[in-house]
Design a protein around this ligand. Structure first.
Ligand SMILES: [Zn+2]
Length: 386
């Protein structure tokens, strides 16, 4: 009881000490706010210069102030908060050295009625559930961008965190690229492939899902990816498909390829209906049983999509296969890196952090870890649909 009184006294004295000081209701001035997309206009963010933008990983007030300003400027954390309890208006930004980023939101209206409403700076943001500091997460993201081939144990020891922390963060970064892909499809018409005079190559690629039991392969299931590339560009779109029939593939082509494109496939089987799509597509195909380039028209080949499969599968192989439930993340990461020509990837990853929506967890998928690795048994380039 005495302890409680003492704490109350401390609290009262500390709050009265703030009286007379102007209250801070925003992190940066409203005139300093920028749309998050403006991060793409910053110089290429790298592990070498990122501290100039979001501060060091040393946990000092200066570093946190830098991070706070950067995050608020671009909307990665809210620049101001309304009190959810008393609805009396804006919360105050107050110093709290014990909390991440050295600050917390507190309502001064609630305070007068003996309730203290606080909100963490990171609440409802990408960073909310992360235990690491914002700076550390972004430094690890820089590493993820710059050293995709490095193994997780090595990355973990470089950053002084556990391997599972790195595994989880990498998974989160791949989710951000999935979100990027979905957002582009929704809002960016330039994201569509092809157009008049452009060639779009389409193909399906096969992967095995192998189930192991004490070293014996019990059964295996096929996984198919349908892919499209716009020739001579970085544009690529991949979709996991259950069937390889016209009913599955034609709607994907229709939704993602611009009218006027010339579409090239190897084989005709599922694609005969392309001409019926009424989008002024030209469809040409090459029969790989006979040759790889149509001798009557050297443009008719699928070497760009084949090379894409090769590159993508080499990435998966370097990981010794990947869990099936993470295949989409690897697909979109491949597309993300390629779309931007490996430039300003960290800038674009930060932009996605603003739009981050937590996915609904499906814990059932976590149960099958190593048993569900996708094993790539196919030779990469010479796969026939027939
Ligand atoms: Zn309040």
């Amino acid at each position: 009881m005495i302890m409680f009184m003492f704490m109350l006294l401390m609290l009262l004295s500390s709050t009265s000490a703030h009286k007379g000081r102007p209250q801070r209701h925003t992190i940066v001035q409203p005139s300093e706010l920028r749309p998050v997309e403006a991060i793409a206009n910053l110089p290429e963010l790298t592990s070498r210069n990122i501290a100039d933008f979001i501060g060091n990983i040393d946990g000092t007030e200066e570093s946190d102030e830098a991070a706070l300003r950067f995050l608020a400027t671009y909307g990665l954390v809210p620049n101001e908060r309304e009190c959810p309890e008393c609805l009396n208006g804006k919360m105050s930004l107050v110093k709290d050295n014990a909390l991440p980023l050295h600050f917390v939101w507190r309502c001064s209206s609630c305070k007068t009625s003996n309730i203290i409403t606080k909100k963490m700076i990171r609440e409802n943001t990408f960073f909310q559930e992360q235990k690491l500091s914002v700076q550390k997460i972004v430094h690890i993201a820089a590493d993820w961008v710059e050293s995709p081939g490095r193994n997780n144990e090595r990355t973990a020891s470089l950053h002084g965190v556990t391997t599972s922390t790195i595994v989880n963060l990498n998974k989160l970064f791949r989710q951000l690229t999935e979100q990027w892909f979905e957002r582009q499809i929704e809002k960016n018409s330039n994201f569509l492939l092809g157009g008049p005079g452009k060639i779009v190559e389409i193909d399906e690629s096969h992967m095995y899902k192998a189930k192991y039991n004490r070293g014996h392969m019990l059964r295996r299931k096929s996984i198919w990816i349908f892919g499209m590339t716009e020739r001579h560009t970085n544009k690529v779109a991949m979709f996991r498909v259950k069937q390889r029939d016209a009913a599955t593939l034609l709607p994907i082509i229709r939704a993602h390829v611009k009218p006027g494109s010339m579409i090239v496939s190897d084989g005709w089987a599922a694609y005969g209906g392309i001409r019926t799509l009424q989008r002024a597509f030209t469809h040409r195909w090459v029969n790989h049983k006979v040759n790889f380039v149509d001798p009557s028209d050297r443009r008719v080949h699928t070497q760009s999509i084949e090379a894409t499969w090769g590159a993508f599968k080499r990435e998966l192989k370097a990981k010794y296969g990947v869990p099936e439930d993470q295949l989409d993340g690897y697909m979109s990461t491949y597309m993300f890196r390629r779309y931007f020509g490996r430039k300003k990837l960290l800038n674009h990853l930060l932009i996605e952090m603003k739009y981050y929506k937590k996915e609904d967890d499906s814990p059932a998928e976590g149960s099958s870890k190593d048993a569900d690795k996708i094993i790539l048994l196919q030779p990469i380039f010479f796969f026939f649909v027939f």
